[in-house]
Structure formats: C-alpha cells, structure tokens
Design a binder for this molecule. Structure first.
Ligand code: TXA
Ligand code: MG
Length: 331
C-alpha cells in the first residue's frame, strides 16, 4: 500500500502549512506535525486531548539530522542508531536549546527516531527537501489520549478522522506496538519503554543488559502511566487453566465475555466472541491492538485475556496488556 505522488505532495503542503497528517510507521500510526512549529505541534495535543507536559517523539529522515536536534550525543547513542535505525527505537538525548518546549514538554531532552516504514521515510525525505534538511515530524501515536494505538489507517480514521485533514495509508503496521525507548541522556542507557527491540538486542550493542525503568507513573513517558492503551470495555487477565471456569462463572452472573487467547479454546463451540492470537510474542504484538479494538466493538461487557507467559521475550506485550487492563472501562 503506497500513497500516490499527489498524496505525498498534499501531506508535505499540510505539514508546511502547520497542519496535521496521519502517517504510518512500522510500529503504530503517528499523528504528525512540523516539529519546529510550536503552533502546529499544539494542534497535536488538541486533537488527541493529550496533556501538554507529555513530550513527543521527533521523527527524522536520517542520522544526519540528529545534531540539529540533540547535543552531547554519547558514542553509545550513535552505535544504537547505526544498528537499529531506521527502525523501532527511540533515543532520548539532551536537546539543543532551540527545540520548542511544545515538543519536549519543557524538559531538557528530546526523543528522536528514524522510522523503518517506507511511507514514513518518503514523507520525511520530501518534507526535508522543502523545509530544510534537518526537518523533523513530531508524532505521537494517532489515537485519542489513553486509548489503543492505531495499527491501520482505518483505526486512525476511527480515532481522529474528524479532526485531521489527511491520513496516509501505508497498510497494517508490521510491529504493532510502540517503539522501544532508550534514555541516553543520563549516562548509562536506560530502557524507559520496552518494545520490539528487546534488552537482549540492546545488549548485543551495549555489551551488557541495560537497566529498565518502566514502572514510574510520572508523565516523562506518557505510555508509562499505569493506565494506558485501553479499550472502553473492562478487561481481566485470566490464567489459561482458569479460563473455562472463569467464563462459566461470568455467564452465570449474566456477563457476556469476549476472549483474547493465545491457546486453543478449552472446548469446541464456546459461546463467546473469541480471538486467538499467535502464541509467539512477535506475532502477538502484531495483532494485539487490532484484537483489542475489535473486542471493544463486539458488544461484550467484559474482555477476558489469557495471561501471558512470564518469560522476558513477552515483556513488551505484557507491559501493554497490563496498562490496557488498568485503563479499560474507565469512561
Ligand atoms: O512507535 C512509536 O514510538 C510511535 C510512532 C508513531 O513513532 N510513537 C509513539 O508516540 O508511541 P507517543 O507519543 O504515543 O509515545 C512517545 C513516548 C511518550 O511516552 C513520551 O513521554 C516519550 O515517548 N518521550 C518523548 N520524548 C521524551 C523525552 N524527552 N523524555 C522522556 N520520554 C519522552
Ligand atoms: Mg501513544
């Protein structure tokens, strides 16, 4: 799925004019604005209903632009860029003095990423060609604040279609959960948000396993709020071996449950909307948000999700699921 030349031209014109554009990345869809234009960036917060102290990630066409946005970039950050960009890794670096507070939430750091999606890269290159070689697109996930991140253009339309003039369709997102965030601004790299690029991947570059600091409820990383990525229907995590009993008990109480599992249903012909996801963490991540969104529309009073294995390779999806459960059904 590739947008036409005219679509790209329109997207660039909108960005230059200080307007918003929905764009695909390999992780989730983003809601983009010219990162150097505070008035344009303010429109992102208004469209999402997101608190203004939550910093945004600036997407760049390539490494060459990094020094324009960040200073005192440590050698280890360059190594991470070399290995993982373009790709699902965001680096937190000391910002250059000029970088607008609207982007950084008033902090002295900035989040940078070169995305791996060909449509995102093409848009970034075309935007840089007219706005300056170092131009960046500030883009959070293109969902309303606290909701499930969109992994298709249709999801973006559902979330924000009435608030943005253009959504570039790049097909379904390959990764399906948000980028790994690594803070390189405070000495030793620290993982602030787990993702497809795992601590083991990072270790191969760093020579040791990075510290992980994702538990905080402070808004430095908005995805780190305990409740996030959430459907409107309440959710419960249920151990696979308890699932059948749980569903029977709920049915007796008059609750209609939808189920998201990664194991086969315990019996044939279960009377529940049932979505079985791949039993590996990469496949699961790819399908998770679409499954949550579908279940949210399935007219059930509760979404039961089979609890995930505790092993480290499931850490990133477990993180998203925990936050979805904490935020589900809140309004
Ligand atoms: O995969 C992704 O990262 C997607 C795509 C669109 O690139 N974007 C995304 O953006 O997930 P958003 O805004 O939903 O999450 C970005 C996270 C937020 O939790 C934000 O707090 C954190 O990055 N962040 C951005 N700048 C930061 C900074 N200077 N210090 C700490 N955290 C920062
Ligand atoms: Mg988000």
């Amino acid at each position: 799925m590739t947008p036409s030349d005219a679509d790209f031209e329109r997207a660039v014109a909108l960005l230059q004019g200080g307007e918003l554009v929905g764009l695909p990345t390999e992780t989730v869809y983003g809601l983009g604005a010219d990162a150097a234009n505070p008035a344009a960036v303010a429109k992102i917060f208004a469209a999402k209903g997101r608190p203004a102290d939550h910093p945004l990630i600036v997407h760049l066409a390539g490494h060459d632009a990094v020094d324009h946005w960040a200073e005192q970039v440590p050698a280890v950050a360059w190594e991470l860029m070399e290995t993982f960009w373009p790709g699902p890794l965001t680096l937190i670096l000391k910002k250059q003095a000029w970088v607008p507070d609207a982007v950084t939430g008033g902090q002295d750091t900035v989040g940078l990423r070169v995305p791996g999606h060909p449509v995102a890269l093409e848009l970034l290159r075309r935007f840089a060609a007219v706005a300056g070689l170092h131009a960046g697109i500030a883009a959070p996930s293109a969902n309303r604040f606290g909701r499930i991140s969109p992994t298709s253009a249709a999801h973006v339309a559902e979330e924000l279609g009435d608030r943005i003039p253009l959504i570039l369709d790049g097909g379904p997102c390959k990764v399906g959960i948000e980028s790994t965030i690594v803070d390189c601004s405070r000495g030793e790299p620290v993982v602030l948000r787990p993702g497809h690029i795992s601590p083991e991947h990072l270790q191969a570059v760093l020579g040791r396993c990075p510290n992980i600091e994702t538990a905080s409820g402070a808004p430095r990383v908005s995805g780190s709020l305990a409740a996030h990525y959430a459907p409107q229907t309440p959710m419960r995590l249920v151990a696979g071996e308890r699932l059948l009993d749980f569903l029977n008990a709920q049915r007796h109480k008059g609750d209609t449950c939808g189920v998201i599992s990664h194991s086969q249903p315990p019996q044939a012909g279960m009377p529940h909307p049932w979505r079985m996801l791949p039993a590996d963490p990469v496949g699961y991540a790819h399908d998770l948000y679409a499954a949550l969104r579908d279940m949210d529309h399935a007219n059930v009073s509760l979404i039961a999700v089979e609890a995930l294995p505790a092993s480290p390779d499931w850490a990133a999806v477990s993180d998203r699921l925990r936050r979805a459960v904490a935020g589900a059904g809140k309004d």
